[in-house]
Design a protein around this ligand. Sequence first.
Ligand SMILES: Cc1cc2nc3c(=O)[nH]c(=O)nc-3n(C[C@H](O)[C@H](O)[C@H](O)COP(=O)(O)OP(=O)(O)OC[C@H]3O[C@@H](n4cnc5c(N)ncnc54)[C@H](O)[C@@H]3O)c2cc1C
Length: 351
Amino acid sequence: MTIQENIPLAPYTTLQVGGSARYFAEPVNEDETVEALRWVRARRLPLFVLGGGSNLLVSDAGFPGLVLHMTLAGIEALDVDAMRDGMRIYSVGAGVNWDDFAARAVAENCAGVECLSGIPGSVGGTPVQNVGAYGQDVSESITRVRAIDATTLERVEFDREACGFRYRQSRFNGADRGRYILTRVDFALRPDGAPKIAYAELLRHFNGAAPTLEQTREAVLRIRRAKGMVLDENDADSRSAGSFFKNPVVSLAEYERIAAASSVTVPHFEAGAGQVKLAAAWLIEQAGMGKGFALGPVGISSKHTLALINLGGAKAADMLRLKDLVQQRVRQRFSVELHPEPVMLGFGEID
Ligand SMILES: Cc1cc2nc3c(=O)[nH]c(=O)nc-3n(C[C@H](O)[C@H](O)[C@H](O)COP(=O)(O)OP(=O)(O)OC[C@H]3O[C@@H](n4cnc5c(N)ncnc54)[C@H](O)[C@@H]3O)c2cc1C
């Protein structure tokens, strides 16, 4: 495996900003991944695992250690012998493009990931923040995650329970952040299963009809495109990292304080255990920053309030300035803290 030097990272990210990786390697299997880990450990360098770069903001200074770009390939549909409870198990390499897998599952009429069509990035990136959209998330179908422990170099496996999935969270971006390099993910999908039509936009779209998996995928892609949420080089609104801010979860008392001070209804959702999830997009709009807002070479997507975009030629510093401004306006208006969803690389501790 070749270790390359001074590789610009911007082209490996959907935001297309940021500096270079001092060292860069593309392991194609687990042995090469372990080899790269030995290399980085011998030199006491920091390590960063890169998937599709779709949930990532790289600093202008870049990264002084080794960036491991995961390219492990292969989608294996295990045969009937491996079926559990009538489910088909797909074992997928971490480097596979997520939507290639989602498209294949739908083409093979297997239900479980159809609402996640069109999400950019790699399969290995999906368990990290428990990727979700339109009423479905990967924790519903993942049965096993295979990984290499960067501290021991051992191969390890986690079942769904052990992954610690929650809203946009797992052990891989929580307590064990940076420790495991995910190499394969297994998904249990239901052959000839019905699509999950639970999200308001999909319910509205199908209006009581019973769509096929393929029709559901098409509807999701159409809705996502209208929001600039499908990567398209001709759509500047898709030069983003998806939603830049998480929907804040606050206490019921906090929500009641905000609702009492507002002259209009505050959109909110039950988040369990006396917690309420607020809509980050609504908070941002109410704080006076709407779709199409621009700040030099960066802005808010003209189609989606939560997507901060690179209008062309932006630096990471420009993105940070906009992130700070949005957070500051929402803090001033509601005393609520917005937390970024993308991973920040090379900035030190920023949130
Ligand atoms: C236009 C657009 C739309 C989006 N829509 C959605 C959406 O609807 N729902 C949603 O949840 N997200 C969405 N996202 C965010 C993003 O696509 C997902 O978070 C995606 O799963 C990130 O995967 P990635 O491979 O690109 O990860 P990267 O951005 O490369 O990395 C993100 C994090 O995962 C870690 N990581 C990646 N691969 C591995 C691995 N193999 N082993 C260990 N760690 C790894 C990285 O170290 C980093 O910490 C969107 C992004 C864009 C640009």
